[in-house]
Write a protein that binds this ligand. Structure first.
Ligand code: DGY
Length: 329
């Protein structure tokens, strides 16, 4: 019997592939840049399993061309690059990697928040440029965390992990999410629910942890910045397109808010023409929220496990469209 065929769109870190090799012929894209769309479109015509990343556009056209595809396994928790409805319509399960990257992403959020609050990046540039001449009472002043208010937008696993870290720094914590959490959870975590406008106007730090959808696209807009404090700092480690970046630029140059720290942009990578790159009060990192050795290894293994399950026609351990199984019942 001929082996199943699998395409993996990039080299994976520290992953156990033996079980996969037993059942499938595996082709891995080894270049640093993702496979171009045309290459991917061609590949999917011949494969049974696809392991992809958030940099691959898995759209309707591609899914419809993938006649023998049995599983799409994404090495990420977010899957806004995949047309899940098109996959579901074809009965193809889509896997993701929730949970294992929660702490790493919350840690990076915290690192960015503190770096922006205390101007770490500016301070480091200042020293390396030879500008450190003396201790000055007004040099590089930032914001206190203690006693400030943190507004968390999106209160799933990562939002909650950020809230746990905030308690150690004595912040008041507001959160907004589509569905309010049970009061027991709010009490045990020491957080208060707030409507979005209230959260924006009362927070000193606003951090985004929602997934990208038609509802959250440009959720943070000109209007949001008008509501925010002029001393506020925006942190985004979720998805770039949740923020209208031109509105953010306008807010920063008119001092509507004090600063921003972004691990995600729209598009990615950020265009070198982006006006945001010219501002000192913006920190930008290249989507490294989950980039720790242990976390990336766990994500890769989870993605491989989802892929193997899909190839064996077993339920994926982590599936975003469980409806595909209901269709079979
Ligand atoms: C995800 O998993 O969705 C992150 O953005 C990448 O780690």
């Amino acid at each position: 019997m001929s082996k199943l065929k699998v395409f993996i769109t990039r080299r994976l870190p520290q992953v156990e592939l033996e079980q996969l090799h037993e059942i499938a012929e595996v082709e891995t894209w080894t270049e640093r840049q993702p496979p171009p769309y045309s290459v991917l479109l061609d590949k999917v015509k011949q494969i049974d399993g696809l392991l992809c990343l958030l940099t691959d556009s898995i759209d309707k056209q591609l899914i419809e061309a993938a006649k023998s595809l049995k599983v799409i396994s994404q090495m990420a928790v977010g899957y806004d690059n995949i047309d899940v409805a098109a996959a579901t319509a074809r009965g193809i399960p889509v896997g993701n990697t929730p949970g294992v990257l929660t702490n790493a992403t919350a840690d990076l959020t915290w690192a960015l928040l503190m770096a922006a609050a205390r101007k770490i990046v500016e301070a480091e540039k200042f020293v390396k440029a030879g500008q450190w001449k003396t201790w000055e009472p007004t040099l590089l002043l930032g914001a206190d965390l203690s006693g400030s208010t943190l507004g968390i937008i999106g209160f799933g696993r990562i939002g909650q992990a950020v809230a746990r870290r905030a308690r150690g720094f004595d912040l008041k914590i507001l959160y907004y999410s589509k569905h309010r959490k049970e009061s027991e959870l709010e009490q045990s975590m020491g957080v208060e629910y707030a409507e979005l406008d209230t959260l924006l106007s009362e927070s000193d730090f606003v951090t985004l942890h929602a997934s990208l959808s038609t509802e959250t696209y440009h959720l943070i807009s000109d209007r949001s910045f008008q509501l925010m404090k002029s001393s506020a700092i925006l942190i985004n480690t979720a998805r770039g397109a949740i923020v209208d970046e031109l509105a953010l630029y306008r807010a920063l140059i008119t001092n509507q808010i004090a600063g921003a720290a972004l691990d995600v942009t729209d598009p990615e990578p950020i265009s070198m023409d982006s006006l945001l790159l010219k501002l000192d009060n913006v920190i930008i990192t290249p989507h490294i929220g989950s980039a720790s050795y242990q976390t990336r290894a766990k994500m890769a293994q989870m993605a491989v496990n989802n892929l193997i399950a899909g190839l064996k026609a077993e339920k994926l351990p982590n599936c975003v469209n469980n409806e595909v199984y209901e269709q079979l019942e």
